[in-house]
Design a protein around this ligand. Sequence first.
Ligand code: ADP
Length: 744
Amino acid sequence: MSDHYVKVKVQLEQMKSFGEDAEKQGVDTDEQEVPVSSPPASVSPDPQSITIAGRDAANTSITYKHRGKSRSKPGKDDKNSCGKHMSDLSLHGSVSAHIGKNLNRLGNERTLHIRGTGKILQGRSETNGNYMTIHPSKNIPETRREDGFKHARKRRPVTVDTSKAKTSLEALKLSIKQLQWKEFPLGRRAACDIYWHGVSFHDNENIVSGQVNKFPGMIEMLRKINLSRAMRTMQEMFPEEYDFYPRSWILPEEYQQFATQIRMVKENDPTLNPTFIVKPDGGSQGDGIYLIRDPTDLKLMAGSQAKQSVVQEYIHKPLLIDKLKFDIRLYVLIKSMEPLEIYIAKEGLTRFCTEPYQEPSQKNLSHVFMHLTNYSLNVHSGNFVHSDSQSTGSKRTLSSVLYRLAAKGVDIKKVWSDIIALVIKTVIAVVPELKVYYQADIPPGKPGPTCFQILGFDILLMKNLKPVLLEVNSNPSMRIEHEQEVTPGVFEYVPSPVDEEVKVGVIRDTLRLMDPGHKKPSISQPKAGGFEHGEEIPMEAESQDRNPDDGGALPSLCLKQVYPKYTKQFNYLRLVERIAALFIRFLGVKGNMRLGPTAFRTFIRTCKLSNSNFTMASVDILYIDITRRWSGAMPDSREAGMGLQAFVESFFYLAGRRFKSLPLRGQAASLLELCEAQLESQSGVEDRRSVSCSRALPRAIKTQTLGLTNPQLCSPAPLRRAASQDYRLHQRLKPRTLRANVEN
Ligand code: ADP
């Protein structure tokens, strides 16, 4: 260690006790105007220009050791982690606090230069870093302006309640520190600007203002069955656009369809021997997953023991690197649902298998280290490679993998734009039901927070480079440490530079985007053309850029807006969202998620959908039949009535009756136009309810053109059901009950 770092270490030690005091102030309920206070008497900076590797000097010389010791097995004791993290943070916090304090005291003779990442010490990038420079010749106020911290100085710091952050706490603390915001690790009596929840919107009840990092209903919506159902609805209407999601069946309900279809496939071509992957509905981390080659291999249990799961086509030709299967973990921010704003992190992770890949055969079906890329499984393989480097080991950055593919001549711009399209289409598929949850938890007019959420997309690249969606995690792990066996049987959590590099950037930049005092970042103009290859791709060099807006103190945002930027390319897909807007409009009672029979009748009457061929008696039968079947599919549901999925099914049925000659998406679009026109003409008459629901029927998605002459519209959907006029064929399943998700 150089003299310089030894000096820094001593200073940090001296600062520590004071820093702990400063940290305790975090639980104060009082607002503080600025995060800077007077300096400790003990700090006497070097007269020469000093460079302190802010967090990393601490991390490298002190904190990492400290964390390693104090955080053995933190995973199981999240509820205790707060205290531990607080003691850890006191050191991090002190760096920041004292530097601030030093600014006041140093006057105009010193240069203090703080860097925020170990990558600098290691001669690598400084993506997550934090620079602050004081020029000796200038006075303090002037210097501050030049430092790029003027925003933080001018107004009170943004307040963040981290008391429920759980396993994302460590990365969150680092992010808050880099932003010089104010953390409330034990919560706060007064309202905070931002509430960071580790699991769900409901981690912290009674929040009436500010912003919460979870949407109500996201966990439920992204469970495997619900996601598969939402994707299937889209596949029925837009088969080509949604061919990135493997064909899936929901068990046990669709066992017969699954068995019949596989039998027919094999009868048609006996050389085919497809493989399927079975995933329990509420599972994560590869738990309970297995591969099968025949429906009879399903481990189905009878009656109430029957496990809800998804059986899915197994992608048997994945792209390999070093002969290993890998998948991509991409972080996606839903910044807002109304209007829809989606950001994608330019940097992600790739997780590698630890046994060379072979196409599935009866012999290797049970080789989890060959077929499943889950970190949580492979970390227990003797072949798992922990690496501090971003481009080697069993967990690497996405950019390092893309870089490697580019070097082999792969068109990574195309890969990246395909990934962006996959993300936007997936979000469009899940937003309709999310809106139903949202209005139930935060009805229009009731005080409540706004929401945003970071999602973890798991994506597999096929050998032909086509991205395939495996699943979306509502609670992607934001841990920046990994477990290591220090002596046989004794595990410690040690810092993982690759995780830190990616995750701290994602959290910090999410916070920057959600900064309530920040001027709204200009929403990119929707792009008409150039989507295909016009998107920036994540490459390592790019992460070095710094943001000129804050004087270069922080790196450029690692999150990139993709929606509304690409509205023009994808807006036509938002048909179910418009159906959901109708549904919400007729829900009536605040907090409701199901439509009663009277409300359904009102919908039919208001939109003038009944006639002599389809009487109100038929409407009642339709309602009863669909609702009863959905209730049967989900006997544990406490709420009676018609849910969104059942309503969509009824809507498709009504659309099919009225616009027989059109393909499903044309039918749905035509019926929507008809309903919306009816509602528009009655909007003067419709009073309270239409006002309360105005949020749910945005004009932006109403005014799309459907291009009914597009030849794609005429292609029959593989799973198409609307051609049939019998709504009983539209077998759909009901949403699952609410259950908390777990970290991956
Ligand atoms: P979990 O939530 O338990 O991690 P996933 O759906 O992510 O469940 O599946 C676990 C792993 O199984 C994935 O990381 C991937 O490696 C593999 N996998 C999942 N679905 C498929 C599929 N359809 N084809 C090939 N591999 C798959």
